[in-house]
Design a protein around this ligand. Structure first.
Ligand code: DHK
Length: 155
């Protein structure tokens, strides 16, 4: 049987995620963002998915990339909005404007932390939310998204 065209997923990371590895390691762990990207690439490859992986400290750049995912007909998007989770109506609106499954991801369990971290705008556009699994959550989120978009694990 002919192999179907590969699907692309986006994994976007918000402000301060470039500091992973040294940033509050007792909360966020010691893996660097580069190591998280490798984990994501390996997991995406297991499902035959192409991956776009990015990080920005700028709200507008994240909005541009969400729109880019739409233009490029991405099959789905995972976003760790970090500090923009609870402030950015612009990111929420961008996510609502794209026709693809969106997964919100947090390394930590935001519900066990300060109350200001818990009222997520992004959740209003998310099909699923992943929080508290550490960086392994990225692999779990890609696995869940793969199921949503019908991508099967390569054997
Ligand atoms: C990351 C951040 O930078 C915080 O602003 C969020 C999130 C939690 C995380 O757990 O990945 O509150």
């Amino acid at each position: 049987m002919a192999k179907s065209a590969s699907q692309t997923i986006y994994v976007l990371n918000g402000p301060n995620m470039n500091m992973l590895g040294t940033r509050e390691p007792e909360k966020y762990g010691r893996a660097t963002l580069a190591e998280v990207e490798t984990l994501c690439r390996e997991t995406a490859a297991d499902f035959g998915l192409d991956l776009v992986f990015r990080q920005s400290n700028s709200e507008g750049e994240l909005v541009d990339w969400i729109q880019e995912a739409h233009v490029n007909k991405a099959a789905g998007l995972i976003i760790n909005p970090a500090g923009y989770t609870t402030t950015s109506i612009a990111i929420l609106d961008a996510l609502l404007a794209v026709q693809m499954p969106v997964i919100e991801l947090h390394i930590t369990n935001i519900h066990a932390r300060e109350s200001f971290r818990q009222n997520s705008y992004v959740s209003k556009a998310a099909k699923a939310v992943m929080a508290g699994f550490g960086v392994e959550g990225y692999a779990l989120a890609i696995t869940g998204l793969a199921g949503m978009i019908g991508a099967k694990a390569d054997n």
